[in-house]
Each structure stands twice: as C-alpha cells, then as structure tokens.
Design a binder for this molecule. Structure first.
Ligand SMILES: [Zn+2]
Length: 348
C-alpha cells in the first residue's frame, strides 16, 4: 500500500490542478516507498554524512524538479493545451516512480550514470525513472541545474516513447516484406534512437537553462577525446551527447518547414517541439514517402544508427568498433542530409 505522504504542488496548473496534485501525491507515495526498498536492499546506504532524512529530502528534490518540468511544459503550451494534456497523460501513465540511482551507479571511479529508465523485475516490472543525485557542476551549470536537466532528459524519453514504438513497427514491417535485413532494420531503429537522445537532451537543456540566470551557451566547434568522429570537428552546446547535435540538426533540415530555418539551434528546437507529438515518426515517414524519398530515409537513418551506437560506445555501453566508423558516418549524414534538405516553405 502506498505511504500516505503529503506532497503539495507549488505551481498553478489552472484547470489541471486537481489532476496534477493527484498524480504527484501518488508519485510521491510510490517514490518514497521505493526509497525505503532501496535502503532495505542496501542499494542506497545510510551514512554518517548522509542520514535517512537527507536521503528523503534528496528524493523530494527529484519530485519537485519533476513538477517544475511539468509546469514548464504547461506554461510553454498554454496556447496548445492538447500538447500539455498528452504529456501529462503520458507521464501519469508511465512514470509511477522517480527515484535516485543506486550508489553503485553513481561512483565516478566505476559506473557513473546521469539517469536511467528501467523496470524493477522484483516489483512486478515497476517502471522506474532513476536519476544520479550526486552530479557535479559543469562550467555553465550548477550541480542542481544538471540534476534538473537529467530529470527532464529521462522524462523526455517517456514522452518520445510512442513514436519510438512506431519507428520499431515500421522497421519490422520493412523487414517482414524483405526490404531490409534484420540487421538493417535494427540500425534503422538505432537511427531514430539517435534522434530520441538528441531531442530529449535539447528539451532538457532548454528547461535547465530556463531556471538559471544565464543563457544557453553558443554552439562551439569541438573534437572528442573518447574516439568519436576521429579527425573530425563538430559543433555543440550540449552538456552531454554533444556528438549527436550536428547530425540531429542536419536531419531536422530535411523536413518541411525546418529546412528553411538557418539558425542551427532554432532548427533543433523546432525538431524537438515536433517530436512532442506521438505521431512524429509516422509524420516523418509519411513526409519522406510523399516526396518519394522513403529509401533515402532508410539509408540516412541507418547511418545515424552508427552514430548512436558510437555515442553509447563512448561510455562503454556498446562495442568500441562503432567509434572508428563514426567519422565516415558523420560525413555520410552531412552529404545525404544536404541533398535531402527541404527548401520549400509551403506546408503539405
Ligand atoms: Zn537518454
């Protein structure tokens, strides 16, 4: 039975107040119950410098940031309430727990994740959104702001899940009719996954900086020290996943209405906004089909799939061999996406 833990929402969500309050009461009860479970299992240790009360306030902080993200989206979409309603329903249905990552996954000398989504098998496959409570500050963001960023990052994956499923279905369909091999179909889905990561990161950054006094930094040209894009530079202003930013921007400009946006950050921002729609993947596929470019979409996404896998290889979550291929992959995305850039301003 969920604990009766009082969590009072601090923002005014207008006509959604009751619904939002009910969700957060439930989320708070479940999340604090899950913290008890983590402590009991020894996944999160009570220490002299971190008594139980500090753990509970850490968990409370994640709840508060979740509310802040929901309020940010509520405000952002005041004129398009159907967007906020979709997001709220999705989060309510798919995020029953937001909790801290286990100590073993927050160890800078060993496994150090920012956040993760997974299901707890021992608790009836309870879906978890887990966040590292001990993030360090970066040059431009405080530790607190970075935590806020990665709360939004994980919630953003939840929002994107509907269209990721469509991408999967489409890949399976192409595989079943023999148009793609199993491996090609997988790489196609990885390509959409590259967009998923870049898009959720973009939204998280926008949100995190909206809570600071500073503006988002400019995109700067950089190289990677972990083997991504050997001998290539790329542009980024991301806290993490910077290597995905350029290919995401290039892809964005193949779409009607975004192709004409000259400023890189605006193009990416528009892509991230479109991807709040559950039909995003279907819309992309339909647009490419309409332009008679369906095969090009497959080629482009397969190459973006290489980039996504190389990006995970950077932190040891995929084979290091992908890193070597990433430079050529970036060049291919550059030439293909430039070819496919949409220069029309008319809507379909
Ligand atoms: Zn992610």
């Amino acid at each position: 039975m969920p604990l009766t833990v009082r969590y009072d929402i601090m923002h005014d969500f207008g006509k959604y107040n009751k619904e939002v309050q009910e969700y957060f009461s439930r989320l708070s009860g479940n999340s604090l119950m899950y913290l008890e479970y983590q402590i009991k299992k020894g996944d999160i240790a009570i220490r002299d410098d971190r008594p139980k009360s500090a753990l509970f306030s850490g968990a409370g902080r994640l709840l508060r940031m979740t509310e802040q993200y929901m309020f940010y989206l509520y405000t952002k979409f005041k004129k398009e309430p159907q967007k906020f309603e979709y997001i709220l329903k999705t989060i309510e249905a798919k995020v029953p727990v937001i909790a801290m990552l286990e100590d073993r996954n927050c160890d800078p000398g060993h496994t150090y994740y920012f956040g993760e989504r997974r299901v707890e098998k021992k608790l009836n496959n309870l879906p978890l959104a887990l966040i590292n409570p001990n993030l360090y500050a970066s040059r431009t963001l405080s530790a607190e702001s970075r935590t806020r960023l990665y709360v939004a990052h994980e919630l953003g994956h939840v929002i994107n899940e509907a269209w990721m499923q469509d991408a999967n279905k489409y890949a399976n369909y192409l595989y079943s009719k023999g148009a793609l091999t199993k491996q090609e179909a997988e790489m196609f889905v990885y390509g959409f996954s590259m967009l998923d990561e870049a898009i959720t990161q973009e939204r998280g950054e926008e949100f995190a900086y909206s809570y600071t006094r500073s503006l988002r930094p400019r995109l700067v040209s950089t190289t990677d020290s972990k083997g991504m894009y050997p001998d290539h530079t790329f542009e980024t202003n991301f806290d993490w996943y910077g290597e995905l930013q350029t290919p995401a921007i290039l892809f964005a400009r193949t779409l009607r209405g975004i192709g004409k946006i000259r400023v890189d950050r605006n193009a990416l921002n528009e892509l991230a906004n479109r991807a709040l729609s559950p039909t995003f993947a279907k819309d992309v596929i339909a647009e490419y089909q309409h332009k008679d470019h369906a095969k090009d979409l497959v080629q482009l996404l397969k190459v973006m799939g290489i980039i996504r896998r190389a990006s995970y290889a950077r932190f040891g979550m995929d084979s290091q061999a992908w890193l070597k291929e990433s430079g050529d992959a970036l060049e291919s995305v550059q030439s293909m996406a430039e070819e496919l850039r949409d220069k029309e301003s008319v809507e379909f």
